[in-house]
Design a binder for this molecule. Sequence first.
Ligand code: ATP
Ligand code: MG
Length: 267
Amino acid sequence: MGHDHDKKKRMDIPEDKIGNGITNNINKVVGIASGKGGVGKSSITALIAVALKKNGYKVGILDADLTGPSIPRLFGIDAVPEKMELGVLPVKSRDNIIVMSINLLLENKDDPVLWRGPILSGVIKQFWEEVIWANLDFLLIDLPPGTGDIPLTVMQSIPVDEVVMVTGPQDVTNMVVKKAVRMMEKMDIPILGVVENMAYISCPGCNEVIKPFGESYAGKMAEECGLELITSLETDPEFIALANEGKVEDYKGENLEKIKKVIEKLM
Ligand SMILES: Nc1ncnc2c1ncn2[C@@H]1O[C@H](COP(=O)(O)OP(=O)(O)OP(=O)(O)O)[C@@H](O)[C@H]1O
Ligand SMILES: [Mg+2]
């Protein structure tokens, strides 16, 4: 298993990786990963993008979850990427976050993607090599769950600089997330730290914090892996409501404030 990219050369896409002569210039590629499904990788990708954008950075999101794409939905994007001579032009969110997702290319958004591994891997490579990302400060990659074919392809064909590992409070979640941590270690990909999501609920009428899953195992998992637990986000009904409406860019809740700790570490 190898990661043959020279880290010093990561500022630009290596010339032999550029399809059709695109000259993309991406300062930092950040993967948002978790061994576990449904822990909030896509939501946290969106939150990080929104926070970076608010800080004036140029941000792109590559939706690498080909069988469960959710980024366009979160941002309420329905545009179709334009095919140019040089490559494919990604679409822009309302606040100018640059997005590429398989769902933007499907005629019917409810159609399942029933392609086997090699085809999916090919699409991931195209999303990197044949999409005109142009100049970006950050390209965020929303990874699918697990440690299977697609996460492997992403990590081997895209020079990911750092990974944000998303987990939840439950013991079993952290057991599975640990596997993704080990995968990154095997591939020599630095992990920025761990973000725990949906750790608790704040009672709307009082100051009490409710922990539906009891005491969290996220801190223990991070410690055992030698990683920093950067922050613990709450389950926020306001976030869900905006996510359902495709308006994550309007979110101003506590989790956005907390995700700034990730932004600080990315600098
Ligand atoms: N902090 C949060 N507060 C409230 N709801 C959240 C939060 N984080 C995630 N959710 C909700 O939980 C669900 C799963 O989140 P999300 O799709 O981001 O997870 P995922 O890890 O990307 O899932 P998958 O493995 O399917 O890609 C979504 O309905 C999302 O709106
Ligand atoms: Mg997702």
